[in-house]
Design a protein around this ligand. Sequence first.
Ligand SMILES: CC(C)(COP(=O)(O)OP(=O)(O)OC[C@H]1O[C@@H](n2cnc3c(N)ncnc32)[C@H](O)[C@@H]1OP(=O)(O)O)[C@@H](O)C(=O)NCCC(=O)NCCS
Length: 146
Amino acid sequence: MEIRQGNKEDLEDIYAIEIESFASPWSKKSLALDLENPLSFYTLVEDKEGDILAYGAYMKLVDEGHILNIAVGKDHRGQGYGSLLLQAMIQEAREHGILSMTLEVRPSNQVALALYEKYGFEIKGRRKNYYLDNHEDAYILWKEDL
Ligand SMILES: CC(C)(COP(=O)(O)OP(=O)(O)OC[C@H]1O[C@@H](n2cnc3c(N)ncnc32)[C@H](O)[C@@H]1OP(=O)(O)O)[C@@H](O)C(=O)NCCC(=O)NCCS
């Protein structure tokens, strides 16, 4: 198992995980543009064969890290890869001088909420009708003790 930074060469593998993970996935074009954004940082979990099992991305805004996405390929969930990935992203963010991290998550996504709470994220707010596909609200989570 290897954790490494992602780059534009990884677009196809990241997109494959994206479309099997989200009701409203990012388009390949949006992902391609974001992979070129110098403020966006991609982290990958890769197995011994070089297959990408999970990816996460955050954007650095001054001293805040805004988590854009975290997703584990659907055949690999529940095996600790999400935890490994989030820990690696937090560590990398610290090394980039980030002091706090934030993200939005669906209140119905109990697995993701459990993952974030395990690593010290707390619910600090709510955005009404945030998700376009089903008009679900979003919880706003922060981890302030990076
Ligand atoms: C959310 C997601 C990234 C978690 O990754 P994962 O590799 O499955 O999670 P892990 O195996 O590391 O488990 C992390 C924690 O999640 C919770 N969890 C994992 N699987 C669970 C399940 N089936 N039911 C309930 N809780 C679960 C547990 O609290 C677990 O911690 P523990 O093992 O110490 O009890 C992954 O399920 C996923 O990609 N989901 C689809 C995309 C998504 O929703 N991303 C988040 C957007 S905000």
